[in-house]
Design a binder for this molecule. Sequence first.
Ligand code: ACO
Length: 397
Amino acid sequence: MTIASPRSVRLTGWGRYAPAQALTNADLERMVDTNDEWIVSRTGIRERRVAAAHETSASMGAVAGLRAIRTAGIDVDDIDLIIVATLSPDYWMPSTASLVKEAIGNTRAAAFDLAAACSGFVYGYATASAYIAAGLATNVLVIGSELLTRFLDYSDRSTCILFGDGAGAVVLSASDEPTSPVGIELTTDPQGAYMIWLPAGGSKAPSSLETITRGQHKIRMEGKETYRFATRTLASTGLAAVGKAGWTQDDVDLIIPHQANIRIIEAVAKGLDLPMDRFFVNVDRYGNTSAASVPIALAEAVNSGRVKQGDKLVFIAFGAGFTSGAVALEWTADPARGLIGEAAVSPDDVTVRQPVDWDSVDPIPPALAEVLARPLPGHLDLSDVAPGEPEHAHPVR
Ligand code: ACO
């Protein structure tokens, strides 16, 4: 990486990818003791997307990333740093970012993964901004990609209803033109370290028959404590970022919050004394996609006409750790570019290379086998999907 002089930072590209198959509340009713009414009233979630067997965090992230690059109108090799925020990487090593680099055909970027759970995209945004401001990078691809449905316990009704799969991405670019100040706030509260966690598979509890038998490879969560942390922290983190940008909350045009639970978003709106129409919400259609949640929502907000040049936006997220983060920025890009970038990239355009001498296992959790075997949903309401989104996921070779 060459060192250039410090420059200001602009968001120039955005993109998203969501698997085609939907896991509905009715599907979950057949797996655990739950019901649509409970899930909708307690979380706002109606369905979430579930990745097909050929898909991984790298393949989904590569599609979203390539769309963001096409939106930015730059060449793939103009990207000199790739950051993938994920808690569901393809492997422990190599990094998912290095797989994405190859899949999109980039030859020159540095690439690494970032672990901050659902706050990962916001942390990645901050990291990319710092690299550019310091002159260490010129065009950074920041991806949030998650395949959480393979890390859920489908006998635990308090977690398996919440999460879904998908990816979102942005390109941040150095600019010689001055930009208005960007406010960034990041926090970590280790008191929450074991409130959302995945106990086994790390150096503390390496994988073994025992860890598998104990079900320790699935996400565990203390929902109430997490809820309390989120509602306590999100508004203050957002306000701190807004203050650093030199605004008050009344100046904010649109908040793009982490999509974990509609009640959490409503509590943040109350905390900030802002109406709900200043918040972009798509939790009903995706559930919680962790690090992918904010960039998926951003791409949908922009591509559906909710954002115009000069708007003041705030991204806010919270997650395991406990982490939280917010970015307050003025939107400068042409919103119309998003649909061009989305239409320009099909999932067939990316190839995540497979190891040659290794037989993969079937990655699909038994509880999801029936859902993933059924025909792709012709009934799916695609009115939410921007033109150019492929109706069916294509196998990634
Ligand atoms: N269906 C039906 N009943 C359920 C379900 C379900 N899916 N899940 C829990 N219940 C039951 C409970 O067992 C409990 O029953 P009981 O009163 O007989 O004991 C009752 O419903 C109430 O349970 P609560 O946990 O009090 O429900 P709550 O209103 O707190 O909602 C929820 C639970 C949705 C999990 C909420 O606490 C929440 O959203 N927490 C935040 C979670 C979150 O956002 N996590 C992501 C963090 S991001 C990351 O980094 C991964």
